[in-house]
Design a protein. Sequence first.
Length: 479
Amino acid sequence: MLALNVDLDPGRCRTLGFVGSLALTAGGLTAGALPVRDALPPSSGRFALGVLTVYFGLVLLVAAWWWLGTALRGPRPPTPRDLVLTLAVWSAPLLCAPPLFSRDVYSYLAQGAMVDAGIDVYHHGPADLGGPSAAGVAPVWAHTPAPYGPVFLAVAGRVARTAGPHVAAGVLGMRGVALLGVGLLVALLPVIARHCGVEPAGALWLGALNPLVLLHLVSGAHNDALMLGLLGAGLVAALARRPAAATVLVTLAGLVKAPALLGLGAVAALWAPGLTGRARTVRAVAMTAVLALATTALATALARTGYGWLGSLATPVSSGNWSLTSGLGRITAAALAPLPGGEGLARLSIPLWRGLGLAGTAALALAAWLRRDRLGAVHALALSLLAVFLLGPALRPWYALWGLVLVGASAPAGRLRTGAAALGGALAFVLMPDGLPPGGLQLALAVCGGVLAVLALWWMLLLAPAASSVATSRPRTAL
């Protein structure tokens, strides 16, 4: 990221990020994840201009966020109130724009409509429903069952029923659900941070103002927002010595997306010290498990979706997924295939590497939990969720938020926070605005848009010292 020798005023960062958000919105109108009937062909000039504009705005937004983080260590650091205002300003243009960087919101709407119609989403894909929502689903997911829990499917069903055949209304409805989750994060991250001895402003900057939140939770309306909001609420309840409420909230988060169920370990760890007698940890784990199972049974009965999601958890592990372990599996398979008898070993390469990744995830999570007395339960959970993201068999940029949000609220200043921030900034650039695999021309346009933004930032930095010297040479007047 560019080094600065200028005044890092939070207001100037806010303005720069707002310009970036406006450019993202403008480009998304022609190159975003539009409904099929409104989508332009990639060969269209308007589509090309949209890709360039999106990446121009994306570089401005990420730069503004990074510099705002640098300002946290400066003489005039932004307050939590400043950061919340900045999040609102940067989010505003994205609220009424088409989704960006993913078409998953159309999957949510189609799956919600299937639930409302009594179709088993754990055995049928959106293509079996048909209609405008299903037409917008990315081809790789059109025939795959839903991996989401009954809580989210019940919410998606209600949104789909309210929106009816109006896809745009459905997108806005799902975005409203995501905003509820983001709002919970904004309210709860400072509370968690204070319990963990972390500055609330730093927690908000890394956990709520992160570009991945703006791109994938606000714009993309991913259900990870609702999961993280409920998980945050559960952790706050656990820290406030309300373990029963905490267990229910964390379980509901896991019934949106399964990774949140790791939070039950944090609830049990925070519950145990409040118990008396022997085997406090065992008793806390047992009570947490019983209450979680009861919550799951009740929520599933109310949603009437059944337990098919337990068998659909591998859905995100598509054949083209480029997680770290899948990538290593493909490289190994390519190396083994030409060898005599190597074809059989090549077929086993990806499953083997994914198995090793799962084993590594379990080992890292166990190591974090064994050190929870020193790290703290929330920090141990953050590290566990980061391990799931980095070594798990499926990788999407917004999955990083599972760990980054809690790292922001629990990790002290140091290499982990810096690395987490760099990871969040880098992952903002890995997808195309329409959420589909890119062609060579799209990649070239994205690079050109980014280069233009870097040149604009360089020009701004060259002018900033001159503008500052002119301002300081003028006589000051009383207001």
